[in-house]
Design a protein around this ligand. Structure first.
Ligand SMILES: [Zn+2]
Length: 225
């Protein structure tokens, strides 16, 4: 295995620790993967994200065939493969966080109640329930992810993807936070949903948002008034 694959395994383990430390997974729940070219590093079946080690991380190809590793990949491998197959994903995170799972147990979607959700694509759909580890579940989640980087999974949990593990982890944390806000908001009233014009304005604002260099001290691009 190349040095790059070793790095990928280390990154997956680091992401697992962060999810466990943040309380986003319980026991053996949750699985994480990251892709480098034609190979995917993925957590093993039955593994605990809090204690999984680099040498336990399975390496599979894009068809799910085990290439390296002492343990079989997660039973949710079809879900991970469906995300890589359908979207431009560099990493996939599947968890059972409390607030996201609570919403996924009762709702058809997490409505766009906060502008931050536009970073995930807006309202987050709840994928139709199917038995864990099945191709049926993978297809249901892939459908719910259309145009989004996050989906809730009916009576199950959440899945997010991103260009890399950092982006996928950020999306999971944002989704869990937003689901918490939604649950609290529903407890004290009817949350307002951002309309189309408000969403467009946010998308425009996002396009110019971020760290921006200031003019060097003492030099002004504008003529003095
Ligand atoms: Zn699960």
């Amino acid at each position: 295995m190349s040095e790059h694959i070793d790095e990928l395994r280390a990154e997956v383990v680091d992401a697992c620790r962060r999810l466990a430390d943040a309380g986003l997974v319980l026991g053996q729940a949750g699985n994480v993967s990251a892709r480098a070219g034609e190979l995917i590093a993925v957590t093993p079946t039955g593994g605990r994200l809090a204690t999984v080690t680099e040498d336990e991380i399975a390496i599979v190809d894009l068809h799910g065939t085990l290439v390296d590793g002492p343990l079989q990949p997660t039973s949710e491998l079809p879900l991970h493969l469906a995300v890589y197959g359908g979207f431009d994903a560099g990493a996939v995170v599947h968890t059972h966080p409390t607030m996201a799972t609570a919403v996924a147990c009762v709702a058809d979607e997490l409505p766009c109640i906060h502008y931050g959700l536009l970073a995930l694509g807006g309202n987050v759909r709840v994928a139709r329930y199917a038995t864990f580890g099945t191709d049926d579940l993978a297809a249901s989640v892939a459908e719910a992810l259309e145009g989004r980087t996050a989906a809730l999974m009916g009576s199950h949990g959440a899945v997010t993807y991103g260009d890399d593990l950092q982006a996928a982890l950020d999306a999971t944390e944002l989704l869990e936070w937003a689901c918490g806000v939604y649950v609290h908001a529903c407890a004290c009233g009817t949350p307002r949903i951002l309309d189309e014009a408000e969403r467009r304005a946010v998308a425009e604002a996002f396009s110019t948002y971020g760290p921006q260099a200031t003019e060097p001290s003492g030099i002004s691009a504008e003529p003095p008034a």
